[in-house]
Design a protein around this ligand. Structure first.
Ligand SMILES: Cc1cc2nc3c(=O)[nH]c(=O)nc-3n(C[C@H](O)[C@H](O)[C@H](O)COP(=O)(O)OP(=O)(O)OC[C@H]3O[C@@H](n4cnc5c(N)ncnc54)[C@H](O)[C@@H]3O)c2cc1C
Ligand code: SF4
Ligand code: SF4
Length: 400
């Protein structure tokens, strides 16, 4: 794979020099010269208007995927209960499917779970592929991967979405490897490219400092995982769908793990991803006592308390309350950000909140860019005042 300059065609415009990300082009006697450390990335070829940059690299041909049809969702269930993220993904899959003119399907894997089919249909599935087997009773990597791989190879979907839960994070990469396809993890946005009709998968990259949009041109299905709370579940009353039973041949010899017991982790005190009101605190709250005041506000507003990574690292609040790129994603009706600067990694977890109220003593804090209402001031003064006003307001209403 070589890139070279046809010197007769080169007019020395230097466009290639500016475009080369590796500094692998030099100018000699007003002509471009490709240096030894060229990686054959092709960036210079695209910018040369004289077609003076040549290569022997044959462009990779995009295979014909017209037989790959359907936007599928892994309908994760635990003990016969569908996870919320599965329904959220179905809503998204349906809108993607409509854009592509393709059907939406859910993959329901388990044992004795056929009753969940109706819920999946009412949340947008045109088809529910049901795979039931005694060995699929409790999630285990091997039998679930075998079951999913079988149905995907037989029915050839175009897109497969998986919730980024503990199970999804285990299953999706295994499956992608078996199928020889790419996987984009933790997407925050999924759209269809209007020209190429491929899935554009957007996710934070480089520590959350940029949003990267990733597309997969060369293999199918296009696979992505999405965290709970990022998409919105939708109901489609009266929607009709079909339940398709898939025979799976599994033997215990195929499964090398056995579940002896399952012990549920002590229930978390918070369910942030479904909270309607969230009072979140950051470094500006100052200390653990400051968080007690936030809890008081949360109690008055029937909300939950959350925090930034800084607040978690300071030990003011436990890690299961962290909102953001490495915490939970939330979409409450009201998000009150107290003493939070609004770093991109934090915003990644709360930007879908309906209304954002920011309290910060720095008027230039980035959180104000995403706030519907901003209060510039000291959080230690404003929050107690807010509690007082709300209590007062409540008493007045009750007293009426
Ligand atoms: C890979 C990676 C992943 C990350 N993941 C997350 C994540 O999931 N969640 C997350 O939150 N962060 C995450 N971070 C950290 C993130 O970059 C920020 O450092 C963090 O969100 C900042 O927290 P903060 O707003 O509490 O603190 P700061 O940025 O220090 O902001 C404190 C704010 O409080 C204001 N303030 C100070 N005193 C007062 C007062 N008395 N009254 C009112 N306002 C006051 C200040 O003006 C300031 O704006 C991640 C970082 C990286 C690199
Ligand atoms: S962009 Fe093309 S014409 Fe311009 S310097 Fe490079 S090789 Fe020469
Ligand atoms: S192919 Fe890529 S690395 Fe090589 S000279 Fe062109 S831009 Fe630079």
């Amino acid at each position: 794979m070589t890139v070279w300059v046809e010197t007769d065609l080169c007019d020395g415009c230097r466009r290639c020099l500016k475009a080369c990300p590796y500094g692998a082009i030099d100018m000699k006697a007003k002509k471009a010269v490709v240096l030894d450390h060229c990686t054959s990335c092709g960036a210079c070829i695209q910018v040369c208007k004289n077609e003076a940059m040549l290569t022997d690299v044959v462009p990779r041909e995009i295979p014909d995927f017209t037989d790959r049809q359907g936007v599928w969702v892994f309908a994760e269930q635990r003990k016969g209960q569908l996870t919320r993220v599965s329904l959220e993904l179905l809503g998204k899959a349906r809108s993607l499917g409509e854009e592509l003119g393709q059907q939406t399907a859910a993959l329901l894997v388990g044992n004795g779970v056929s009753g969940l089919g109706e819920t999946l249909i009412s949340h947008g599935a045109d088809k529910v592929f049901l795979m039931e087997h005694a060995l699929l009773d409790v999630y285990r990597s091997e039998p679930y991967t075998i079951a999913m791989e079988t149905v995907i190879r037989d029915h050839r979907p175009n897109i497969l979405l998986v919730g980024a839960t503990h199970i999804g994070r285990d299953l999706a990469p295994r499956l992608a490897h078996r199928l020889g396809v790419g996987l984009t993890a933790d997407c925050t946005e999924l759209t269809i490219d209007p020209g190429e009709k491929i899935l554009l998968q957007t996710r934070p990259a480089f520590g959350g400092n940029v949003m990267a949009t990733i597309a997969n041109r060369y293999s199918r299905p296009q696979m992505a995982t999405v965290r709970p709370g990022v998409m919105k579940a939708e109901e489609f009353p009266g929607h009709k769908g079909e339940l398709v039973n898939i025979e799976i041949s599994l033997t215990s010899e195929m499964v090398r793990t056995e579940v002896l017991d399952s012990i549920k982790e002590e229930k978390r005190a918070v369910e942030l991803s479904s909270a309607k009101v969230i009072i979140a605190g950051g470094r500006g709250v100052g200390n653990a006592q400051g968080f007690e005041v936030l809890r008081e506000l949360a109690a008055v507003m029937d909300g939950e308390v959350a925090g930034t990574r800084v607040a978690v690292e300071e030990g003011w609040i436990s890690s299961d309350h962290q909102v953001g790129q490495t915490g939970v994603t939330v979409r409450p009706e009201i998000y009150i950000a107290c003493g939070i600067s609004g770093a991109i990694q934090h915003r990644a977890g709360m930007m879908n909140s309906r209304y954002v109220v920011a309290i910060n003593n720095d008027p230039r804090a980035p959180i104000f860019q995403v706030a519907d209402w901003g209060i510039v001031g000291d959080v230690t003064e404003i929050v107690p005042e807010l509690i007082e006003q709300l209590k007062q307001g409540r008493e007045n209403v009750i007293g009426l």
